[in-house]
Unconditional design. Structure first.
Length: 252
């Protein structure tokens, strides 16, 4: 896949996976616009990384998405790629109802409605271009569940099926649909994850993703090697064993 000379909008790229990929894509000669909620952080990142454009965006707010996508298109009418990176992950206890609904709704709003609203806001522009890319972000947990994060698992399974389905509908339009399927990576997505030895290093992950994008002429599901044990557990007939191993590793 040619990953140079594009104009790329990455909501949720002020830290972690999003920022790591944004900086690598910028270094490959792309114009990159990152979105986030914290104005001060956006300003700091634009100063630290000259040429990196920023826009304030709250992906839980439909009006914020509408105004941000309109502004991005106004400033960058050649926009041809969306990476819907924003997401949250929280532990839940489904053995009692206290606080459950608020947490679950927040996860679905950010992880499912956010990408849907972003895609909807840019879809007509992309189809009119006839050459554009939508990258969704699911997870290895879309395929093998972690016991402590039920709604997160479900939200990423929804993103997987959404990606599969809209890819079918957009066939022939020139709009490609890619799905990034990360494993656990050393970021602040969950408490302690940035220091976890079970998680893949952030730089190693971002470098491997870039290598896949550069070498695969028609990527669909972007999978680093470490996520494949989760992605293909059921296909290999190892689903119960992988679930047991995954959840045993998160009991300490």
């Amino acid at each position: 896949m040619d990953i140079t000379g594009h104009t790329i909008f990455i909501p949720g790229a002020t830290s972690g996976l999003g920022l790591a990929l944004a900086l690598r894509l910028q270094a490959r000669g792309n114009t990159v616009i990152i979105g986030g909620r914290r104005t001060e952080l956006l300003e700091s990142l634009s100063l630290e990384h000259p040429g990196l454009d920023t826009i304030r965006l709250d992906t839980t707010d439909p009006e914020s998405i509408r105004s941000a996508t309109a502004e991005v298109l106004s400033r960058h009418p050649d926009l041809d790629m969306l990476i819907a990176m924003a997401g949250i992950m929280q532990a839940e206890d489904w053995t009692r109802s206290e606080g459950l609904l608020e947490t679950a709704e927040a996860i679905v709003t950010t992880n499912v409605l956010g990408p849907i609203r972003l895609i909807a806001g840019l879809l007509d522009h992309f189809v009119a271009r006839g050459d554009a890319t939508i990258m969704t972000v699911s997870s290895g947990l879309a395929f093998t569940p972690l016991r402590i994060t039920p709604t997160y698992n479900a939200s990423k399974a929804a993103i997987h099926m959404l990606s599969e389905s809209i890819r079918l509908q957009l066939e022939g339009t020139g709009v490609r649909v890619l799905e990034l399927e990360p494993p656990a990576v050393q970021t602040d997505l969950m408490p302690g994850q940035a220091e976890s030895e079970r998680a893949m290093g952030l730089d190693a992950f971002a470098d491997e993703v870039m290598d896949i994008l550069e070498t695969d002429p028609e990527p669909r599901e972007i999978q680093v090697e470490t996520v494949k044990v989760l992605r293909y557990a059921e296909i290999r007939g190892e689903y119960p064993q992988v679930i047991e191993a995954l959840n045993a590793s998160h009991e300490d």
